[in-house]
Design a protein around this ligand. Structure first.
Ligand code: NAD
Ligand code: LIP
Length: 544
């Protein structure tokens, strides 16, 4: 590890929400308990027996559909002890990395700072986990909805308790990098400057061909070697172990928030299987990217790895390796502003029976991400993730769209340094309506990119950590034992709400509709405490 990293290797130490750094025992019964014969609480676990109800459809020889309601009973088990958790960011010195770190410090210390609009308090707005609620049920007397904070449904890590560290190819300390990012108010920066200056990213791996050449001038904090090697894998694994040991952590989650890489070619014999990928890394194959090396290191270290960028980090060999090691991976590409709006608006239009015929998606931004994306190969990675986000919604409506038919969809990103991190998103949605009419929706959406992405980093890390403490097994009808509890599939598709191009287990469908994504994670967490899915039927208000 480079000497300067030794001198200052720091981590944003997590004082927990009561400030003493111990493991915070956050139990779901803090706000509620479930009164059901199917749910049991012990000091260490919540166990629930959950009946999953769905509908199987078959097609008769005459083409008629037959719908059969089905029930599957699962046992879920949740570890209640909230572990002392580390968040290691790849690209820690970037706009997102510095912003999320400063934001957590500001919240942990309950900071208030002057702005031109007046006093601003720290908050976690934009985080589903920390800023949203879910309906628990209806009040037995008033029959009004009772809503609880999302993060209270299960014993989740509090972001204030996260111990933060990471890597960057730039050697700037986090205070210098925060200044370079031009995201935060000077008054807030002044309050966190001292702590941020004590954090210096660990050196990282840098394979120039994978990111824009215009990034070379910041590559001064490097691990030796310009292509994949097992030495790189072992170096990163040791970094994770050292960070865990130095901070007395129970668990670490690694998040890629470094630059967008070009796509890696999928080559038989190179990255198509786990064994071939490991062999290619050993041989220093040019087609293995830094993000895939990080993914492999995390999988082998059994540390969840999430990709916040659009490149195809998870080549087939990486997915197979994660499955073999029962390790968690997730991605791709934070869904922060323009695309999040798109995944909600397209869902609304198509489900309203309005035939969307074209989406023109333009944006310009002036941060370093935009500079990297000004290179065609890196832009192409982003163009793919921003374009595929409507596919599931279009394919679900065969009334509006014939098979293979879809709206015209163009994505444009331009680098305009003047606007810095305040990305401008201009969108036009053009649709056919009743009797040949048209509806045109034009949006001008200023997205402060890092202030929108940082809460998603928190959500991804907190939810990924929560998933490591949930296990399941098929329950038996007669109470006989059905074997050991198991982890969810290695590919955490439950994280899709925060991601533009959700990675799903091989062969399973991709859901991009924003409301469906939120319902999925909400209802899975509810099932873990034996609660039925959120239903908006409210029959209690209709049948009386
Ligand atoms: N709203 C958003 O900000 C948003 C939304 C979706 C996706 N993303 C993606 O998140 C990523 C980060 O965005 P950002 O605005 O923070 O970008 P940024 O350019 O400010 O930060 C990226 C950081 O990664 C570092 N880096 C590059 N290669 C590295 C490597 N191999 N190892 C370690 N560090 C490396 C760079 O030095 C830089 O500090 C980008 O890929 C971007 O496309 C951002
Ligand atoms: O706001 P969003 O569509 O989720 O995505 C953003 C893009 O609009 C922007 O061009 C890009 O630079 C960011 O990295 C991010 O991907």
């Amino acid at each position: 590890m480079a000497p300067h990293a030794e001198e200052h290797a720091g981590s944003a130490n997590g004082g927990n929400s009561n400030g003493n750094g111990s493991t915070v025992q956050t139990a779901a019964y803090d706000v509620f308990t479930v009164n059901s014969p199917n749910v049991t609480y012990t000091d260490n676990e919540i166990k629930s027996k959950y009946t999953y109800r769905t509908t199987q459809v078959e097609t008769n020889p005459d083409g008629k559909l037959v719908a059969t309601p089905t029930e599957t009973v699962y046992d879920f088990k949740v570890e209640r002890k909230v572990p002392k958790t580390g968040m290691m960011l790849v690209g820690w010195g970037g706009n997102n990395g510095t912003t999320v770190t400063a934001g957590i410090i500001a919240n942990r210390r309950n900071l208030v700072w002057p702005t031109k609009e007046g006093q601003q308090e720290a908050n976690y707005y934009g985080s589903v986990v920390m800023g949203s609620t879910m309906k628990l049920g209806t009040d037995a007397k008033t029959h009004k909805d009772v809503n609880i904070p999302f993060h209270q449904i299960l014993p989740m890590v509090h972001p204030n308790d996260l111990v933060i560290g990471g890597w960057d190819i730039s050697k700037l300390n986090l205070a210098e990098a925060m200044d370079r990012s031009k995201v935060l108010e000077p008054s807030l920066k002044a309050l966190v400057q001292k702590e941020m200056a004590s954090y210096v990213p660990l050196p990282s791996i840098y394979y120039p061909d994978f990111i824009a050449a215009n990034q070379e001038d910041r590559a001064d904090n490097l691990i030796e070697g310009s292509k994949a090697s097992l030495a790189h894998v072992e170096h990163l694994r040791k970094d994770i172990r050292d960070f865990k040991e130095k901070n007395g952590l129970d668990k670490v989650i690694v998040m890629w928030t470094a630059n967008t890489e070009r796509y890696a070619d999928i080559i038989e014999g190179v990255n198509d299987t786990a064994d071939n990928l490991l062999k290619s890394i050993e041989q220093g194959h040019e087609e293995v990217s830094p993000s895939t090396v990080f993914a492999v290191a995390c999988i082998l270290e059994n540390t969840p790895f999430i990709n916040g960028s659009p490149q195809n980090t998870f080549v087939p060999g990486a997915i197979e390796l994660a499955e073999k090691h029962n390790a968690y991976i997730g991605g791709d590409d934070f869904k922060s502003g323009q695309t999040k709006m798109k995944s909600a608006l397209v869902d609304f239009l198509i489900n309203a029976g309005i035939k969307l015929t074209s989406i023109a998606s333009y944006n310009h931004l002036g941060n370093n991400d935009g500079k990297n994306l000004s290179s065609q190969k890196q832009f192409r990675s982003k163009e793919i993730s921003k374009s595929n986000v409507v596919d599931d919604m279009v394919e679900a409506n065969h009334i509006l769209y014939k098979k293979g038919e879809h709206p015209d969809h163009c994505v444009v990103i331009k680098y305009m340094p003047a606007v810095a991190d305040n990305k401008r998103a201009l969108d036009e949605y053009y649709a056919e309506i009743f009797l040949g009419g048209h509806q045109t929706i034009s949006l001008f959406n200023i997205c402060e990119d890092s202030l929108l992405a940082s809460p998603l980093i928190i959500d991804l890390v907190v939810m990924a950590e929560m998933m490591t403490r949930i296990q399941w097994k098929a329950a038996s009808a007669n109470g006989s034992d059905t074997g050991d509890f198991k982890n969810f599939h290695s590919v955490l598709s439950v994280l899709s709400y925060m991601l533009k191009a959700p990675l799903t287990p091989p062969g399973t469908p991709v859901v991009n509709a924003l409301a469906k994504q939120r319902a999925a994670v909400t209802n899975i967490f509810r099932a873990c405490v034996g609660l039925e899915p959120e239903s908006d039927m409210t029959l209690e208000h209709k049948l009386f």
